[in-house]
Design a protein around this ligand. Structure first.
Ligand code: 6LW
Length: 476
């Protein structure tokens, strides 16, 4: 959850799903779990509606305090994914994607529910079949002036992605589609014209000063001729312009550009991608992030007994679960949100293995770690790329050395790994960013840079102490 006063600078304020009773991720593969959350507000209450794609159930949680805890899940008995809510005249409309039983083509279905219980009050009926693109998803309904607008994503969250819409006089339609659909897409731009691709999943917002914007997701491929993205999807904002007939257009001629100047009353903004902290240089260290920081990512479950933070150091106790499974290893990471990064950590470890990993999913990650084996302590660089898992270099600790300094430098193309476990720093190797990309590893989420620890048994009281964690990124 992020909040902003200018739609450009964002501050993380919390998470919606923080308890196993809301969503149980045990055993779920990366990019499983919840899909496409939508936030809506009505009558003093915030709602976050989403799909648990592992159990194929649509549900929402709600809160009356956006800075506090969210409710237990309220399930809605309608199929499909990418649900959304629309509130009007005391009615709550629930919509999600699906396929029309008549012709099995994509279709948006809608029903009315009791917002307090999720109980369906009307049948789910087909309301719009999109503009004809594949994978009709991510529906949202709006009411501006005399028209209801239904907006959706088509093409799938890859290079064919696009935003389309239609309008009608009734919340169930019939709807007439925008004559110039897709209203927003970069699918017709080659990488040489824009490395911003995969634009879809639009959602409209008004800034209270008469300006309308569209938020959407997309990704940045690593280079103009490199159709690979390893940072996951990112949030983009583009301006929306209304014409006299009540149609709207978005972006610049329907595309998302890296930056656009907008001279409007309330918000002078550069429309670009941002990741919650719209600053060119990001940094983090134990000076600014203790264990309570909202920015930490863990895998599936945070077993807090295995994490200690004291005197500016983070101590991790490994469990038997390692990075290659779908359990909950001891893991504390931050999302990598720029191509250019440098990560430096010092670690003193009694654990079987402990260090840093650049993690895309169970089968795609690069690990630079201290390994304790039969009284020999060394630093290893292990590359896991699908079924190819290899320790590509091992560097033994020099005598009387207890702490290893690990360093990783990345750019669009590669990660370079270094280790100092004696008198000099050693180059351990390099690995391509493309093998952590969604195009190679599949999935939707981006790379997480994390500290981790693994032990031979679950109850081994062996810890790894990271006494410094210094991470900086730079937007090119
Ligand atoms: C999202 C769906 C999709 O729910 O990806 O490719 C899913 N399409 O719209 C995860 O973002």
């Amino acid at each position: 959850m992020f909040e902003s006063e200018d739609l450009i600078n964002w501050k993380q304020i919390g998470h919606c799903l923080t308890r196993k009773t809301q969503v149980d991720l045990e055993g779920i593969n990366s990019s499983g779990g919840v899909f496409a959350p939508t936030i809506r507000f009505n009558d003093g209450r915030f709602y976050m509606v989403t799909t648990n794609d592992t159990y194929h159930k649509n549900f929402y949680v709600y809160t009356d305090d956006i800075y506090g805890e969210w409710s237990e899940p309220v399930f809605v008995d309608q199929d499909g994914i990418d649900p959304s809510l629309f509130f009007e005249d005391g009615k709550t409309y629930f919509m999600s994607n699906g396929s029309d039983p008549e012709d099995n083509n994509g279709c948006i279905f809608q029903c009315e529910i009791d917002a307090a219980t999720g109980k369906k009050l009307t049948e789910s009926i087909p309301m719009w079949k999109g503009s004809g693109g594949r994978y009709l998803e991510s529906p949202h309904l709006y009411h501006f002036g005399e028209w209801y607008y239904i907006m959706a994503a088509e093409g799938g969250t890859e290079y064919g992605h696009m935003v389309t819409y239609a309008r009608g006089k009734n919340p169930y339609g019939p709807f007439e589609q925008y004559p110039y659909n897709p209203v927003l897409t970069n699918r017709n731009l080659g990488g040489h014209q824009s490395t911003i691709q995969g634009i879809g999943h639009g959602d409209l917002v008004e800034d209270g000063n008469g300006n309308t914007f569209m938020f959407c997701l997309g990704f940045r491929q690593t280079g103009m001729w490199q159709p690979f993205h390893h940072l996951g999807r990112e949030v983009f904002i583009v301006p929306v312009h209304w014409d006299e007939e009540g149609w709207f257009s978005a972006g610049v001629d329907g595309i998302v550009q890296k930056e656009m100047e907008l001279d409007i009353d309330a918000v002078l903004c550069q429309c670009s991608s941002f990741n919650g902290n719209y600053n060119n240089n990001y940094s983090a260290s134990f000076n600014s992030m203790d264990l309570n920081s909202l920015r930490w990512c863990h895998l599936r479950e945070y077993k807090k007994e295995n994490y200690k933070f004291a005197d500016g150091c983070l101590a991790l106790r490994g469990v038997k679960t390692d990075l290659s499974g779908t359990g909950a290893p001891t893991f504390a990471g931050i999302r990598q949100s720029e191509f250019n990064t440098e990560l430096n950590v010092n670690v003193k470890s009694d654990a079987m293995e402990a260090g840093i990993t650049f993690y895309q999913c169970e089968k795609h990650h690069y690990d630079l770690a201290v390994y304790n084996n039969d009284n020999k302590k060394s630093v290893i660089l292990r590359l896991s790329i699908g079924d190819a898992v290899q320790v590509v270099k091992e560097q033994e600790f020099e005598e009387d050395t207890e702490t290893a300094s690990l360093r990783v430098v990345s750019d669009n193309e590669s990660y370079k790994f270094y280790a100092k476990c004696g008198s000099t720093e050693v180059f351990m190797g390099k690995a391509g960013t493309k093998y952590l990309s969604s195009e190679v590893a599949s999935g939707f989420t981006g790379t997480v840079m994390a500290m981790y620890a693994v032990n031979g048994q679950d109850n081994e009281d062996k810890w790894a102490v990271f006494d410094s964690f210094d991470w900086k990124q730079d937007r090119d």
